[in-house]
Design a protein around this ligand. Sequence first.
Ligand SMILES: Cc1cc2nc3c(=O)[nH]c(=O)nc-3n(C[C@H](O)[C@H](O)[C@H](O)COP(=O)(O)OP(=O)(O)OC[C@H]3O[C@@H](n4cnc5c(N)ncnc54)[C@H](O)[C@@H]3O)c2cc1C
Ligand code: FES
Ligand code: FES
Length: 1332
Amino acid sequence: MLKAIPFKVQKKHILTSTRLPIIRAFSQGLKLEKEYEKNQTFYLNGKKVIIDKESADPTKTLLDYLREKGLTGTKYGCGEGGCGACTVMISYYDSQENQIKNRAVNSCLVPLPFVNQMSVTTVEGLGTTKNLHPVQERIAKFHGSQCGFCTPGFVMSLQSTIQSHITEKNGQLPTKKLLENSFDGNLCRCTGYRPILDAAKSFGIDFDIKDSPVPFDKMKKFDPKKHLIEFPEELKQKPKPFVSKSEKHTWYQPTELKDLLNIKAEYPEAKIIVGNSEVGVETRMKNLEYKVSISTSKIPELRQFSELEKGIRIGASLPITDIMDKLEMIIKQKKGEKFKTQGLKEMIKIFDIFASRQIRNTACLGGNIATASPLSEGNPLLIALNAKFGLINTKGKKREVFAKDFFLKKYRQVDIKPNEILVYIDVPFTKKNEIFRAFKQSRRKEEDICIVNGMFRMEVDPNTNKIKDSCFAYGGVAPYTVHAEKTSEEINGMVFNRNAIDKIINKISNEITIRDNSPGGMVDYRRALIKTLFYKFALSVLYEMDPKSVSKGELSTIIEEEKPEMNAKQKFDIMEDMFPITEPQVHKSAELQTTGEAQYTADFAVPNCLHAAFVTSIKPHAKILSINSSQAEQIPGFVSFVSAKDIPKQGFNGIGTVFPDEEEVFATKEVNCVGAILGLVVAETPEIARKAARKISVEYQDLPTTLSIDEAIEKESFYPWCHKINRGNIEDGFLKSDFVDEGEITSGGQDHFYLETHAAIAIPKEEDEIEVISSTQNPAHTQHNISVVLGIPSHKIVSRVKRLGGGFGGKESRACLFATCIAVAAKKLNRPVRFSFERPEDMQISGGRHPFKAKFKVGYTKDGKIQAIDTQLFASMGHSLDLSSAIADRALFHSDSAYFIPNMRVVAKLCKTDLPSNTAFRGFGGPQGIFATETIMDLVARKLKKHPEEIREINLIKDGQKTIFGQDVNDCKAIECWKYITKSKDFLEQKRKEINLFNANNKYKKRGYAIMPLKFGISFTASFLNQAGALVHIYKDGSVLVSHCGIEMGQGVYTKITQVAAKELGVPVEKVFVNETCTSRVPNGSATAASTGADLNGFAVAKACQTLRKRLQPYFDKNPKLKFEEIAHKAYFDQVSLSTTGFYATPDIGYDFEKGKGRAFHYFTYGAAMTEVEIDTLTGGHEIIRTDIITDVGRSLNSAIDIGQVEGAFIQGAGWLTMEEVVIGDKNPNNKWIKDGFIFSIGPGNYKIPSPTDIPRTFNVTLLSNSSCPSNVHSSKAVGEPPFILGNSVFFAIKNAIYAARSENGFNEYFRLDAPSTCAKIKMACADKFTN
Ligand SMILES: Cc1cc2nc3c(=O)[nH]c(=O)nc-3n(C[C@H](O)[C@H](O)[C@H](O)COP(=O)(O)OP(=O)(O)OC[C@H]3O[C@@H](n4cnc5c(N)ncnc54)[C@H](O)[C@@H]3O)c2cc1C
Ligand code: FES
Ligand code: FES
């Protein structure tokens, strides 16, 4: 029998033989299964659950199980372990360590049988709104929840960090730093993370109440006795073998190696599962099916960790978190022999940025190796460390193989025979004169797979400096992990010094080549990284050999400094006399959100409901020859295929946002994008619907495609619509200019990445009525679409929205299309039908921000005063117009940014492309117009050799001047905000000195700063949309019910409206309740968009409340001492109507492009930001060191909510301009590996939004003091979109840092940097010897 090696780190456990004892396979097959536990037992939120063998479904994920059981606090955000919305805590007894482990995990990747004998805690298990757990309370009261969809995941990550630290470490609360790092697996699209991090840090043992940004004294203290989740005694026992069986699948969880081998012998094709982070993605996203799986998580030999004579042994199934803990212990133990643990330290460094905490808590190294992904970190790490793997076959025969021989030179192939299992990984200690370093470069620092990684080892003879041995292994450069074997052979014996570095780099680059069109793209960048990662290593070797051989300027490349703790300050006016206006009240739903009680569309239970899956085109442009559903119909549970044929006779298969029939609901003759809707499969369960949808076969005939702006320009594929703004005399302006320059710039698309994907439920009712609950920013338009398509009058359609898990424009128009499809199905089948998009289909189908290209000509004086700008804007609208014309208009209106430009001509052309229709996105074209102009400012500064902020400052718009579309700017705050940020000449001089000094002292790290102004127009540019209605009831008991057209999507509009109503009526906010938004209460609402939600609806509600207050005023006058409820009661008895509507339409706005006249915006909002960044010129990585923002929100309705909007918008803007890259098969030479029209970046794996570590280390936000906008509700100003623009400060700070790098390489001129400035673009723009 193989002896189980205790899990604890053993002192010098020496395995003398490389042979493991032979295990005889059980000849009796799986007789032993009899002894297996067949009922699954676990605890869920403290209650015992038994899933008996008859009801077992081992293919179900824990997430699906929880949600089916009504625990809908745990959310689906991506299904691939990339967002953290599904985070729960699992607790289990580790019998090898005799310890209870508490771990945050992604329930979307955890198979249900995995939690057998475990305790699962979901957000519902912590507390309720009636009895909040301190973690829930802090996140709510620190304003860490906006739309709240991500919030349960953050709550559970934080609780897990605290719980595991207290129970497994020293019994004390963790430090602030540790708490701040709890969230590398959680994404939030709303908050900008700052308040969440502040809330987390408030639990730190080193937290000082004085630092709390919110009143702290009344908050619950964390009491371990009360607030740690108890572990059930019953589960403290040795694991028992367990089997979970259904017709489709069998899950074995043996507890002994011999059993494992037996099962494997019986089912050679069985899938081994540990963390399921690879297999779960394969089954969920790639639809692979396995009949048998074997969980090896309970096999002691595979969970071992021991110290060998010359290294360590790691069990193949040991979770990475545990490996990290053990490595740390070994490193501590070996303090006296530091050289030995160099490799182990680097392992920890790499594991720290390996996937996310949730993944590391279950995923193992064995799974990483066996998968052999070309992007794996484990493979090159272990090759370079010269690790050895121990395998055993079903006959008990074992063998060892070196990592370098294990990975075969074929995509995802390794030297494991079908009957073998990987048991352990032996990692040798590094030798005395060996240097080991590991590097990983990815799109985002954390929770990201690499673009390229490099793991390097070199042994140098200290006497001769000759290389004795080396290994240079890379991931991300070939279809398999590679190491430069030939180079290592050739350099053996070479003297290692500075001169040798270039020679070795040349050899490596000749040996490891990346072919053009290689999958993954970024070929030149990856080629550069092959060199630069090695270069970093080479400098480290030089340093280790002789610290003096490395210059001071190179040190920061070698020695990585620990990131400082995030710190942030918020400044705003509090006007107590105005309360509750201006009061920083907590978001009304925050407690519902932190407890998981808040319901979103997918959470509503609807009896007798069917489920729909969309059938969409896989061709960008093609004729539909036939659609055949016969195969799908064979699948049990299939109900119907719904298509254009099912649209009732009185209805119409066409919708549109601007033109009513511009787009088919279901494509009939042609498809014009990948993702075009062909129909729906409706089935009894979502899984069946999806499976059947894949079986719908469609025959196409390809048609020519246009997939990019450049292609559209070339083919003149423009929408026959084109607005322009023509101010002054452009030719005159150029004549008056000292210089005239021309250029081009592009800004990329952006996915909304709201955490809640699109969802809708349609419920048919009597008399043709239909009720629709959907995730839309525009319920009235959903109602209208359904009315048109089904041929039913609007009064029979009720469109309801409780809240959205983020919208950002993405649910303004496209959501109405999806809900309409569902309504057609519900009508056809006369049963409720629902759908929720999976993340990839959401991202492929629903469109995003319009990519723009600008061609410009600028004339300016020698002082930098702009005289004239002539810009042509080209936007990729996709296949349909949707909101593109209004988006282009806003781009035109914002093409002067915050500047006075005396002569400007700007034209916007919409490029018709065979891509999903692009749509509204925060800023609505404004950011794209502004980005082009800010690039022009940069060009002018560079040409004149001035600081960009000097050019920006002298062109700033002032009171009394006009915008390019002729609107006066009154009470202009642009200069005031600018001055606040730029402080003084001395301050700027000092900043420049500091940065120049840093840049002079650091060869491969460069810093840059940028200051950006902001002016943003508020109103819908289609002027008729600037209207809103409200309905306010006062009940006899004095409670107030408010309905309006605004949608609560995290931006706090319900909270602000509550404050407005309370103020107007003179009641405490607790008396006011804002119900869901519903078309049967308030009709004809506009979308909640254009930052106008609180302005328009706030005014409408204020007007209704004023009417009611007027009716009640005589009672107040007569009975000044009576309470509101008493007054309401009296008025009721006097037969006074206590209900009324309110209506508001923004006065005097509207712009006529033909005449070039009119008032486009109700008012402007202003701001400024200064950002300082640091780039790594060798890798292209960047960090935001500091950002200071000021924004003008007038008299803030709620300063806490406004600060949250500013932070969130800023981070989203920075994401757009720096890391969020929509990668499309658009014939771009770099993207040839992607099929035409398909989007590659359709999930968190390949599309990176900023994560908690990407926010500025110092992040200060000020709301401009003493500002007021008397023409708006309570003198407030809108806040949702404007601060997005300030993300420009990050982009241009990066650009300035690149200028610093380029100037050292001899390039001092302006250069073009298209957005987003990804690490690939930054690196290549540095134009050093590594980029050719
Ligand atoms: C969101 C996300 C982020 C990720 N980030 C990274 C990253 O930064 N770097 C990186 O390298 N990887 C990353 N991965 C990939 C993955 O997490 C790792 O490869 C992980 O180590 C796999 O371990 P697992 O236990 O989850 O494997 P599983 O999914 O359980 O198994 C993976 C494969 O290994 C096989 N296997 C497992 N154990 C054995 C064994 N003992 N013998 C034989 N075969 C075995 C399984 O049969 C299966 O084919 C990421 C994955 C996700 C979902
Ligand atoms: S839903 Fe599980 S990580 Fe996104
Ligand atoms: S609050 Fe985090 S995604 Fe909305």
